[in-house]
Design a protein around this ligand. Sequence first.
Ligand code: A3P
Length: 296
Amino acid sequence: PTMDKSSTKLNILEIDGVPLLLLSKEMWDEICNFPARPDDLILATYPKSGTTWMQEILDMIQNDGDVKKCKRGGPLERYPFLELKFPHKEKKDLEIALETSSPRLIKTHLPSHLVPPSIWKENCKIIYVARNAKDCLVSYYHFHRMTSLLYDPQNLEEFYEEFMSGKVVYGSWFDHVKGWWAAKDTHQILYLFYEDIKKDPKREIEKILKFLEKDVSEEVLNKIIYHTSFDVMKQNPMANYTTLPTSIMDHSISPFMRKGMPGDWKNYFTVAQNEEFDKDYQKKMAGSTLNFRTEI
Ligand code: A3P
């Protein structure tokens, strides 16, 4: 099956060399002028790094493990996505954010140097989730196929080239993870890794609780871990994006909750691609103290 990808009205516009999905340049100006509030919690990620997963964890924390409250809407109804205008919504998410009462949780995929300056000025708490590039690439490839918001890549080889050269929407994965890693030195940013959360969700959720200065009982903590596990989220219509019109996401092409497993890239990379990747990766990450695991 193929999707009609011509009706989203979104354009890929380059802002400071980073391709973004926007309605217009005016919309970009609005994003730059977005007034953050000091008690906003910002969830920042490169696409396909576990954003939806972290949203569910944060929602469960904010609602003290009340599953029913966390099923009040799909991921896109519960939280504004700072820089996006969804074709099925009348308003831009940014406008919805302005009408949302505090404390807000705001999702963004923007690289650190492009977030609205008010986020730094108001000293908002930020949680960043990073995922290893190989799995991120494979996940992003499948996401392109199943959503009308993004173009159809010809094949994985073509997408591989675009991803490595940073020509994909939101730009270079390398710049993204490094930029936010550096921003951590001067701002309150909790920098987490997808692979760590998968390996030891309890430990990582405890880090989040500490960062948010929140306390929950052992029982609630266990409930959060269970409710946000891949298998449970995959079955939860309020977490798995199946409440969206199929004209925006077609899960029959590739489900949003696809594999949820570190190391899936091995099913896609050829030996030659992997060698080329590792070489290029070394160069692009040279001098960085960031360490990723590509399997657990
Ligand atoms: P895969 O395509 O590798 O399965 P994002 O929310 O940033 O778009 O990221 C989506 C990726 O996170 C998908 O990866 C999805 O399956 C995975 N994911 C979502 N919920 C998850 C969970 N509870 N545990 C592990 N992975 C999860």
